[in-house]
Design a protein around this ligand. Structure first.
Ligand code: ASP
Length: 305
């Protein structure tokens, strides 16, 4: 039976203001298109999600790569994970400060290391030894974020856990894809939360929390308030529901009900399974996402929650 490829990406779930809608739409659409080109040329879902996430890491609109939120020390500290549903191979990096595209380093770990997760200077050393050029942290910082951190500090922002509201900016990026060989993959990349404590790792790069892929269930990427998502291992939770028989759309919605009911969490989820069924859900006012399938060459939209 012919398998028709699919790629679905997100660029964060929160109250994206009107004047930022266009840049978010443009960013997710462009990223989905980059992944789609790979899938159309019979490339793998793994390569497609990596390329889509690189495109969003390169786009300063999002909280990934250059232009990410700054931590308390005024530094960019990045986390990313990529996972292959066919083999369950995974690669993740946490707290890297000198890698422009952390998802590329994560992919190198997946393909070239017996390990799954590297952090800090060890991750950077591994990346460099595998052909990834390091950069100065300063190269990842933009003026908009310096100003945003200054403002946040003035307000004492994010010193209290209940300040993580659903309208607060969450611009983490992610992608899930199905290729013509029937394999699925997922990838997520983030700068984490604004004014975070140095060394803090959120859900995005933790396996089963912000990202998961298994051909037997689904490929999942999340965005939102990371701590509750981590506690519930939310991506794996959503994938497991698909293995138990739920459609991805229903599973994505239930994951967010569960997140809200159990820990008052919020965010967004995207999913795809090997049958080409997708799931898109969020319990924030908006989420940026884009989808490419054979029927719809490209479609990006910000939907109301
Ligand atoms: N989940 C991310 C984190 O907590 C933030 C986001 O999705 O924007 O690090």
């Amino acid at each position: 039976m012919a398998v028709y490829p699919i790629i679905l990406v997100h660029g964060g779930a929160w109250a994206i203001p009107e004047d930022m809608v266009e840049s978010h739409l443009h960013g997710v659409e462009a990223a989905a298109n980059v992944g789609w080109q790979i899938l159309q040329r019979s490339g793998s879902s793994l390569d497609a999600v990596e390329a889509a996430v690189v495109a969003m890491e390169e786009d300063e609109t999002f909280d990934a790569g250059r232009g990410s939120f700054l931590n308390m020390d005024g530094r960019v500290q990045l986390d990313a994970l990529i996972m292959d549903g066919a083999t369950l191979r995974a690669g993740g990096v946490g707290c890297v400060e000198h890698i422009r595209n952390p998802i590329r380093a994560a992919k190198k770990i997946l393909t070239e290391s017996p390990h799954v997760y590297f952090v800090g200077t060890g991750a950077e050393r591994f990346a460099q030894e595998h052909g990834i050029e390091l950069c100065a942290n300063q190269e990842l910082i933009i003026e908009r974020e310096v100003e945003r951190l200054r403002e946040a500090k003035k307000q004492g922002y994010l010193q209290m856990p209940d300040e993580f509201g659903p309208c607060r900016s969450h611009d983490t990026v992610g992608a899930v894809a199905l290729d013509r060989y029937g394999n699925i993959a997922a990838a997520t990349s983030t700068g984490g939360t604004l004014n975070k404590a140095p060394g803090r790792v959120g859900d995005s790069s933790l396996i089963g929390c912000g990202c998961y892929a298994d051909n037997r269930s689904a490929a999942v990427s999340t965005t939102g308030w990371g701590e509750p998502m981590m506690k519930l291992v939310l991506s794996k939770w959503a994938a497991d529901r698909v293995e138990d028989g739920l459609a991805p759309q229903e599973s994505a919605q239930r994951a967010l009900y569960y997140l809200k009911a159990r820990l008052n969490g919020h965010g967004g989820v995207i999913m795809v399974d090997t049958r080409g069924r997708i799931g898109i859900a969020h319990n924030t006012p908006r989420m940026a996402w884009a989808l490419c399938t054979k029927e719809k060459a490209s479609k990006g939209i910000v939907i109301e929650g």
